[in-house]
Structure formats: structure tokens, C-alpha cells
Design a protein around this ligand. Structure first.
Ligand code: CTP
Ligand code: MG
Length: 168
């Protein structure tokens, strides 16, 4: 497989984990409505349990499907599933951390934070996925460069489909 295509294939579960809460999310927020000592919400209403667990499930299932398509790339089903789980968990934790930082900066839910919104989930996903399966530095740089574009594109489509109220 081409090295850049391989990087894209590698990170796919993280993209799915990051995107699927837009559709699957809702219900009880993860912070339970609680505020931090600064008086602002811990994470806000945009981070829900349904979104987190839904994203984790979808991302992990994507990894299992990827194994069926390219078993040689993973070497084993267990590696594919553990990698997808870690990439998804990282993506969701990174996204949650981003919201925590945004609330500390007094930014309301849904307000754009350029950089944090597009790369926070990715960096955390890479950090958790890397020990399971490595990437070259060139592949990591490639993902850092193209992911913001994919993130904006996907959010714009979700906005046009009426799934999101803002196009970012
Ligand atoms: N979502 C969710 N649970 C998560 C992550 C996301 O339910 N753990 C859903 C929410 O409906 C959220 C939408 O997906 O509004 C888009 O996610 P995101 O852009 O990360 O959240 P924002 O609403 O922009 O909130 P924030 O300002 O905290 O990033
Ligand atoms: Mg957002």
C-alpha cells in the first residue's frame, strides 16, 4: 500500500469515533451539568455519554471491518481491534480535553477553536495508537496536515445535511 494511503487507513477509526457522536450523541452530558471552580461547565452539553460510548463502539467496529479488508496490514484481528479501540478512545479523550480547555477559556459550546478542534482528537489518538502499531514521522506529518481539511469538509457536509447547527 502507498505510505500516505496507509496513514489514512491507519487513522480511519479515529475519524469515525470523532464524527459519529454528531449523529449518535445526546442525552446526559458527561459532566452531569457540573461546573468547574471558575463557574463554567466542566465540558458542556456538547459532550454526552451516548456520543462518547457510541463513538468508541463505531470506531472499534470500523477497525474490525478494516481487518476483514486488509488482514495482512494488521497481522491479526486482535491487533486491529485493540488499535481501533485505542485510536477511538484517544480521539474521544482528546476531544473531551479540548472541550475542557475551551470551557476554561470561557468559550461557549460549539464555538470554534482553530487547531484544538481539528488536531486535539488526532494527537491524542496517535499517542494512544502508536504503542500498538507505529507510523513513520512522514505519515504523522501527513495526517497532521490533511486531517484539518477532512475535519472541515466532514463538518460542512454534516451541517448541510442538517446534523449540525454550525458548519465547523
Ligand atoms: N457529541 C456528543 N458527545 C461527545 C462528542 C460530541 O454527544 N463525546 C455530539 C454533540 O451533539 C456535539 C456534536 O457531537 O454538539 C459535535 O461535537 P463537537 O464539535 O466536538 O462539540 P461542540 O458542540 O462543538 O462542543 P465544544 O464546544 O465542547 O467542542
Ligand atoms: Mg465543535
Amino acid at each position: 500500500m502507498n505510505s500516505l494511503l496507509e496513514a489514512f487507513w491507519y487513522i480511519l477509526p479515529a475519524y469515525f469515533a470523532n464524527a459519529s457522536p454528531v449523529v449518535l450523541g445526546g442525552g446526559r452530558p458527561m459532566d452531569g451539568g457540573r461546573t468547574w471552580r471558575d463557574g463554567h461547565r466542566l465540558f458542556g452539553d456538547g459532550k454526552t455519554w451516548r456520543g462518547f460510548l457510541g463513538g468508541l463502539s463505531v470506531g472499534t467496529i470500523v477497525g474490525a471491518l478494516q481487518y476483514l479488508l486488509t488482514p495482512a496490514y494488521y497481522g491479526g484481528l486482535k491487533t486491529a481491534i485493540v488499535l481501533a479501540f485505542m485510536l477511538s478512545f484517544g480521539a474521544l479523550l482528546g476531544d473531551l480535553t479540548g472541550s475542557f480547555i475551551k470551557r476554561r477559556a470561557n468559550l461557549p459550546r460549539g464555538y470554534p477553536a482553530v487547531g484544538l478542534d481539528q488536531l486535539g482528537f488526532l494527537i491524542a489518538a496517535l499517542a494512544l495508537g502508536y504503542p500498538i502499531k507505529t507510523l513513520t514521522s512522514g505519515q504523522i506529518i501527513f495526517l497532521l496536515l490533511v486531517s484539518p481539511l477532512i475535519h472541515w469538509g466532514a463538518n460542512y457536509i454534516a451541517y448541510r445535511l442538517g446534523w449540525k447547527s454550525v458548519p465547523w
